[in-house]
Design a protein. Structure first.
Length: 232
């Protein structure tokens, strides 16, 4: 199972969502934002090296605490040397070895986001309640639909259940998926600053249950697509 975490607008929490879904799904998180990576830098070869043909994908995967990560480089020359057209092959190779992959997509709707969505089996949309972010999320959903990568779940970040519950309901009906609210809470930001999943930083935080519910939905969607339980 390869899951693309996307949303269009930057700063809505895609990387945080991908990081925590990697923990909940016991998946390899791939930082596929080639120009402005947001997840931890690696200690060895990274996705730039892989997409430049210098190393095999499996040689760039490493453990960052409880999360397995294929990190991305931070240099402009590394991004320019990366062959984006090879990303699908790289993700498939990682999937064959580890079973589950979560891809942290860049912001926007440029060509790289399309390649990443097309290379995935399922999409998770991430947005905040503000109008601009939600419009971008809808555009991302339309792109995913065109690329035949179904949206399996949506996350509404930094949300207040009473204030934003009706917004989430309308958003979910428009997309045809269930929307999970992740409340604004210090535990999420604190955990991400430490590169620690929320589950391992503050197990009683509302976000833990939220991310677990999204992971469960992805597992069920994958089972419907493949006709069998997704087991690693």
């Amino acid at each position: 199972m390869i899951v693309a975490v996307a949303g269009g607008k930057g700063g809505v929490g895609k990387s945080t969502t991908a990081w925590n879904l990697g923990r909940e799904l016991d998946a390899v998180v791939v930082d596929a934002d080639l120009a402005t990576a947001d997840l931890p830098p690696g200690t060895g070869p990274d996705l730039h090296d892989v997409l430049a043909g210098r190393v095999e994908p499996t040689d760039a995967v490493e453990e960052v605490g409880p999360v397995t990560l294929l990190p991305c480089g931070r240099t402009l020359c590394g991004a320019r040397a990366s062959r984006l057209e090879d990303l699908g092959r790289v993700l498939e190779r990682v999937e064959r070895t580890w079973g589950r992959v979560v891809v942290d997509c860049p912001a926007g709707l440029a060509r790289d986001v399309g390649v990443e969505l097309q290379s995935a089996d399922l999409t998770v949309l991430v947005t905040t309640p503000d109008r601009v972010a939600m419009v971008d999320a809808v555009r991302t959903a339309e792109l995913a639909q065109k690329l035949r990568t179904p949206v399996a779940a949506a996350v509404l970040n930094r949300a207040n259940p009473e204030r934003h519950g009706p917004i989430a309901d309308r958003f979910g009906r428009a997309l045809g998926v269930e929307v999970t609210l992740v409340e604004r809470q210090a535990a999420v930001a604190d955990a991400q600053a430490r590169w620690t999943p929320v589950r391992d930083h503050a197990a009683d935080a509302q976000a833990v249950e939220a991310y677990r519910s999204v992971a469960d939905r992805l597992e069920r969607a994958d089972e419907r697509l493949t006709g069998r339980p997704d087991a690693v």
